[in-house]
Design a protein around this ligand. Sequence first.
Ligand code: SF4
Ligand code: FES
Length: 259
Amino acid sequence: MATPTLDKADAAGTPEPGFADSPYITATFRIRRFNPEVSGEAVWEDFQLEIDPKERVLDALHKIKWDHDGSLTFRRSCAHGICGSDAMRINGKNRLACKTLIKDINPAKPITVEPIKGLTVLKDLVVDMEPFFQAYRDVMPFLITKETNEPTRERLQSAEDRERFDDTTKCILCAACTSSCPVFWNDGQYFGPAAIVNAHRFIFDSRDDAGEQRLEILNDKDGVWRCRTTFNCTDACPRGIEVTKAIQEVKRALITRRY
Ligand code: SF4
Ligand code: FES
């Protein structure tokens, strides 16, 4: 496989002024490539870049796509850790490419970049997110109230009641947690941490009246009881959500029916 080099030189090979003093390093990005139109097998491909180590892995992927191989396929949108679209396995750990600085992942060695696990790879770093979003939809991630009439003012809540589910409001649906879970890798039927986090966000919301329904949904054979408390999800969450704790709280609510 070719090892293309992108450097800071012009077409004649003359280094840009000041390049010798620049902070640029040469780093190798080893990317898992898959194109079902070409082959049923995924392969690793190396790209060497001259890059500032203070840049992010997403910047490196952009350089590769824009300057060398336009067919490299990955998702991203906000580039600032908000949209959740660029979760990928970087050096064997789920991370957001836009929040991962190259200097923090040992650029002296090849940096591996591959798709998140447990979901079907469509092309290169893009996976089919539909099973993930189906589990999310299944827990009814929206406010449900018994009131039949539209309220005439906002639904009030104490600061303490709001605090109860503050952590789980931070989810950006990146799937880093669910796709780091060995139970999810096994058969993909488990609801997964992200769906449970988003159920937690409403179960513990004092304004919501459908906690009982959501708990019953998660009482399923593919629900919370399949969690083996490995903490992979908590380790993987780029938002710092205490995912395992949220799952434990949902389990406890199922036993006590208090939430
Ligand atoms: S809980 Fe964290 S890791 Fe999981 S989907 Fe939400 S933001 Fe991503
Ligand atoms: S591109 Fe939006 S979270 Fe990384």
